[in-house]
Ligand binder design. Structure first.
Ligand code: ATP
Ligand code: MG
Length: 607
């Protein structure tokens, strides 16, 4: 367990009940009178789309506020002009709404606080606690020093060196800071730094930069500003400005907390309190916008909403439901130690939800013709199929039975392997919702490929019920060839082959590997020439189904249809198979298979 300075961080806190250590802190603060209300914020930086890790943070922020009758703001932490864009703001808002959270009218932007932040910087300069430095950004880090292991391998942080400009007078600092703002210096020529302690063991406390000069155009403030506040200065003071009581963030900000408190104290503003919780990490998944952006920009995926991406848009397009994601995040809990969650557990939560909510339908991915040799008109009448056995209110639908059917190629074997209960010459099999049939043989082409299977149907078994109670071991799904609709199916696998994609071994030539080396070259299979029940032709984009025996599928609904998005100059959103022309048939994405691998893993680890 990672030791921290937080009083609540005691052994045993990680249990499910205590996982809610944040509530514990909040209760203490309300009881002690430190705060009389609860107000949180979700602070995404608009430099990419939200991923499932952000979703955890979002849930913590909104749910804590809700639990204590408080409010949660949405604040865009937008102080990096080079990377931010309005398209990201829009994508983020859409995804938060999709998750079912509502910030009402409390939509704020750090970029709206530039004047206020500037004022607080001036205040800190006047107190003699900040100075304008002429060192370059490289020199600043060189002077700051680094942590080094000593001979016993214990990390030491020898004191850094003071900048020669550290003792500038207040008047000179005020004048230079005003000139920085007025654009009198080139980018990188000067910075404003907090005057703290160049010997502090926490390197972040060694006179951190508060402002830097950047000549990029900001997506909201344009060229009004050429100095931009750094995160560590901006974030606590933006929190304070909004009266945020509890500033909840992921664990990597823990070492920033002394700085958070320092700026609040020196600026003499509302005493917001930072509390950290563990980041969400998932196996086979990269959860960092920087790397996700690289996947998008370099077209390893079709866009931010590619169904293989861990972005909320990708998950939605893959067929995930907000309920499944929320349930997953609630179940893993909010702990104080970092850990990696098995992606199979996310899939388990998804199946639980889809099983209850999705309509059943039949589809055949790799079709083979089945001919009912004793077919007659009487057999063709409407058959009744249940829409969802888990939900009576979803009713039934009718399907038709014809002389020619489609079945899965895999459901026939001329020479069956042991324990094969599907079709082979002489076998008896139930056609789901239809009849019991006896296989009589197959047709082959000149090359010996099987082109059709022949069966005799027992007319007394309509609905699949055997009149004589004989046991029929195999049941297969099928489609009536006359009214089956062509569909395209996209089957996905994990984007990365390895459980920890960020751990890449050295390459054969000795150079360091990157996460891209772990990309799974077979993460997308496009199946054209599949068929579905007639009802699939009218499926609404985003509608979810269980294709019987095959898994859960969703009618494709790309988030971005025509617009372009920054970082993917002409994203191939509608053409995931870069080379493949856009599909004419309706496209169904495979969400997840039916087989639950999680139960097995859980059993193994518990035993
Ligand atoms: P990334 O590491 O993906 O670039 P970030 O922290 O830079 O993420 P922000 O937009 O600043 O992205 O994050 C918004 C909020 O989401 C922050 O409060 C951050 O702590 C939280 N957050 C980011 N990643 C995770 C994660 N994997 N698990 C939990 N919370 C996260
Ligand atoms: Mg961040």
């Amino acid at each position: 367990m990672k030791e921290t300075n937080n009083p609540a961080d005691k052994p045993g806190r990680e249990t499910a009940e205590a996982a809610d250590f944040i509530s514990g802190f909040i209760k203490e603060d309300l009881a002690s009178g430190r705060f009389s209300y609860v107000h949180t914020r979700f602070p995404p930086e608009p430099n990419g789309w939200l991923h499932i890790g952000h979703c955890k943070a979002m849930m913590v922020d909104f749910v804590m506020a809700e639990r204590f009758g408080g409010k949660c703001n949405l604040r865009f932490d937008d102080t990096n002009p080079e990377k931010e864009d309005i398209s990201f703001v829009e994508a983020i808002k859409r995804d938060i709404r999709w998750m079912g959270f509502d910030w009402e009218d409390r939509e704020y932007y750090a970029s709206d606080y530039y004047e206020y932040l500037y004022g607080l910087a001036v205040k800190i300069i006047k107190k003699g606690r900040a100075y304008v430095d002429d060192l370059s950004e490289e020199q600043i880090s060189e002077y700051r020093g680094t942590a080094v292991p000593d001979k016993n391998n214990i990390t030491q942080t020898p004191p850094g060196r003071n900048s020669p400009w550290r003792d500038r007078g207040v008047e000179e600092n005020l004048d230079l800071f005003a000139k920085m703002r007025a654009g009198e210096f080139a980018g990188g020529e000067k910075t404003l730094r907090a005057k703290i302690d160049m010997a502090d063991p926490n390197l972040l406390m060694r006179d951190p930069v508060m402002y830097r000069i950047r000549r990029d155009t900001h997506y909201r403030t344009g060229n009004t500003w050429c100095i931009y506040p750094m995160y560590d200065f901006q974030h606590p003071l933006s929190d304070a400005r909004e009266g945020i009581t509890h500033s909840l963030c992921s664990l990597e900000y823990e070492i920033h907390r002394p700085l958070y408190d320092w700026f609040i104290r020196e600026a003499e503003v509302f005493p917001s309190r930072q509390i950290e919780f563990a980041r969400l990490n998932l196996t086979h998944t990269v959860l960092s916008k920087r790397y996700l952006l690289k996947l998008v920009q370099e077209k390893y995926v079709s866009g931010w909403d590619d169904p293989r991406m861990p972005t909320l848009a990708g998950l939605r397009r893959r067929g995930y439901t907000p309920a499944a994601i929320r349930n997953f995040i609630s179940q893993i809990g909010v702990a104080k130690n970092d850990s990696t969650v098995d992606i199979a557990f996310l899939e388990y939560c998804l199946r639980e939800d889809l099983n209850k909510t999705s309509r059943r339908a039949m589809a055949v991915l790799k079709p083979l013709k089945l001919i009912i040799d004793n077919w007659n008109e009487e057999l063709s009448g409407d058959l009744e199929a249940v829409n969802n056995p888990e939900d009576e209110s979803s009713g039934t639908r009718t399907i038709r039975f014809g002389r020619e059917l489609w079945i899965e190629r895999d459901d026939f074997e001329e020479t069956p392997p042991p324990k094969y209960f599907r079709l082979f010459p002489g076998s008896v099999v139930r056609l789901r919702y239809g009849y019991i049939v006896t296989c009589t043989g197959c047709d082959k082409d000149a090359a010996g490929n099987i082109t059709a299977v022949h069966c005799e149907c027992d007319p007394e078994t309509r609905g699949g019920n055997a009149r004589d109670n004989r046991r029929v071991k195999g049941t297969i799904h099928w489609l009536n060839a006359a009214d089956a609709v062509p569909i395209q199916v996209r089957v996905y696998d994990y984007l990365f082959n390895t459980e920890k994609p960020m751990e890449a071994p050295l390459r054969p030539d000795g150079t360091p590997g990157t996460f891209l080396d772990n990309l799974n070259g077979h993460s997308l299979e496009i199946i054209s020439g599949a068929y579905g029940e007639p009802c699939l032709a009218a499926a609404a984009p985003g509608e979810r189904f269980q294709f019987e025996r095959l898994g859960y599928f969703v009618k494709d609904d790309p988030v971005i249809k025509a617009e372009t998005d920054k970082g993917a100059d002409k994203p191939a959103f509608n053409e995931p198979a870069a080379k493949e022309p856009a599909a004419k048939e309706p496209v169904f994405n495979k969400t997840v298979g039916l087989r639950d691998t999680w139960a097995k893993i859980a059993k193994k680890t518990n035993s």
